[in-house]
Design a protein around this ligand. Sequence first.
Ligand SMILES: O=C(O)CCC(=O)C(=O)O
Ligand SMILES: [Fe+2]
Length: 235
Amino acid sequence: FFNFCSARNLQKCIVTSAPPLVYYIPDFITEEEESYLLEQVYKSPKTKWTQLSGRRLQNWGGLPHPKGMVAEKIPEWLQTYCEKISSLGAFSGKTANHVLVNEYKSGEGIMPHEDGPLYHPTVTTISLGSHTLLDFYNTIGSDSQEEQQPQTEENRFLFSLLVKPRSLLILQEDMYKTLLHGIRPCEEDGLTEKVVNLAQAGGVKGETLTRGTRVSLTIRHVPKVIKNKLILGRK
Ligand SMILES: O=C(O)CCC(=O)C(=O)O
Ligand SMILES: [Fe+2]
């Protein structure tokens, strides 16, 4: 993969039909790595899971907080990928120190949201087990010429990215800072011209993809870290 992810090949992975800046890297990991990672995810203690409406998650590395994250050691099986992705330059020379593992059953999703200011403004995602469509939206109030229009989710929807299993997706700049992203809770995805990376992701217009269970590894860098819990109470 280091071979594949040369600076030149990375340039080719930019999704030019999306706002700046999206990299979509197909087959970033092998099927063996995918199986191994899924095995590790499902081997984690039951208590590591938090059930939310429409997904469940594991948080690794600590809880991001405005005052700083109390850093926790990331297990080796995730640390490897934190380092690999960081070595591509995704976090301006810093190493990722936070991983969110999300599991979506078919028909589950995540509401449109921003990842916010606690992270270096880059999110990198490895997908395991199934594809999904990641949908992008304008933020409320940003659609100035159409102020008459009610700002429904449908009206704010802009485009989607197809993310296949084993791919790496990197979102930076406007794609991180000014747009919302979410995953519709559905069991099937029709591939239309609204999917802006169809060719890069090996999708065919008109095709319908059936969702299975998808596990995503959302790998980020939290700049503000507190080494020792005791510091928390101090000025
Ligand atoms: O599962 C994904 O790819 C998206 C997850 C996400 O947006 C998040 O955890 O903030
Ligand atoms: Fe997110």
